[in-house]
Write a protein that binds this ligand. Structure first.
Ligand code: 5GP
Ligand code: MN
Length: 319
């Protein structure tokens, strides 16, 4: 079984690196740290390499161990978490492709199975929830620190148990962690409620720029490189904005276009309420994600990106 193989590879490895997807969110960062703690219980030190992430997550136990770069180019074992494919994996070519053995753990429904051992469960609302089952099987004890990391990933990817995909196990696990003293309300405050001033300025811009299509069922806004230069102080400042658009009454699909420096185009973040599978739209445009949260990159001008994505969403909605 895959998990036995993974355990064997961890035991064999002298050097281990843990990697996650670009623009890492709470689930990606927390999954990385969770795997670091688990591997530690198996007697191994692993390098968690995340070159850039929101300082919001510095409260996580173990965050001080995160490295901007790996120690070597030839790790015995590389473990990817919360990532669909090699293209999105930060450090993919330096550390993953050069490692002797590779493992990946994920929860996206479309995953290219790019590792030697792939442990992927699309039924799980967060990669961190996939880890719970895995850790139970491997005999890893979920203590307060590890539990704080895991719950952070779950809270981040479910918007605080709000989005679809939350399972009875999610609550059972949260209850167990409460008994162990994990401070759920502190995590929620830190990860879900706290807003930077730059975030509030982004909110203002978005409300000013909102455009509606298809009888108000599609809503779109954008942020330019100039906006980021003027306002942003931290990577996480634009988290939660696309959900804010989705919350508007009558909106089924929300789109936020974020212009990317040096790439001549826009990263699109999409969210849907309960009908449209935005992962399909992401895939059509060369990206991917989940049914209610997905993304892609669109090259070209703002007008081009808008027209392209709105047309595709309209086509999907007419089906
Ligand atoms: P976000 O809008 O928060 O950046 O991403 C939402 C979801 O879609 C996340 O699960 C993320 O991993 C996935 N996603 C976003 N952009 C891409 C992309 O370009 N390719 C793939 N495969 N997944 C993406
Ligand atoms: Mn995730």
């Amino acid at each position: 079984m895959t998990l036995d193989n993974i355990l064997e590879e961890i035991k064999k490895a002298q050097t281990i690196v843990i990697l996650c997807h670009e623009s890492p969110d709470g689930d990606a960062i927390a999954s990385s740290l969770s795997v670091m703690y688990a591997v530690k219980q198996l007697g191994k030190d692993a390098d968690v390499v995340i070159p850039d992430y929101s300082k919001v997550f510095n409260f996580l136990p173990g965050a001080d161990k995160i490295k901007k770069e790996g120690k070597t180019k030839n790790y015995d074992l590389a473990i990817s978490v919360d990532c669909t494919d090699l293209k999105r994996l930060v450090g993919g070519s330096e550390y993953f492709e050069t490692a002797k053995k590779t493992v990946q753990i994920d929860h996206h429904s479309v995953n290219s199975m790019f590792a030697d051992y792939n442990y992927v469960n699309p039924a799980s609302p967060a990669c961190c929830q996939v880890l719970i089952g895995m850790f139970e099987y491997l005999g890893i004890e979920i203590n307060k620190d590890l539990g704080t990391c895991i719950l952070t990933g779950i809270l981040a990817d479910t918007g605080g148990f709000q989005w679809g995909g939350v399972t009875p196990e999610t609550f059972e696990f949260a209850a167990e962690l409460l008994r162990k003293g994990v401070n759920i309300s502190k995590i929620c405050q830190q990860v879900l409620r706290n807003k930077t001033k730059a975030h509030c300025e982004f909110e203002k811009l978005i409300y000013e720029r909102l455009e509606f299509f298809y009888n108000g069922q599609i809503a779109l806004a954008y942020l330019t490189i100039e906006d980021y230069k003027k306002l942003s102080t931290d990577m996480g400042d634009d988290e939660g904005l696309v959900e804010m658009i989705r919350d508007i009454d009558g909106v089924e699909v929300a789109v936020l276009l974020k212009e990317k420096e040096g790439l001549n185009g826009f990263k699109a973040s999409m969210r849907s309420k309960d009908k449209v599978n935005v992962s399909d739209i992401g895939l059509i445009l060369g990206g991917g994600g989940h049914s209610r949260a997905a993304g892609c990159f669109i090259q070209g001008s703002l007008e081009h990106a808008k027209t392209k994505i709105v047309n595709i969403i309209e086509q999907e909605m007419k089906k």
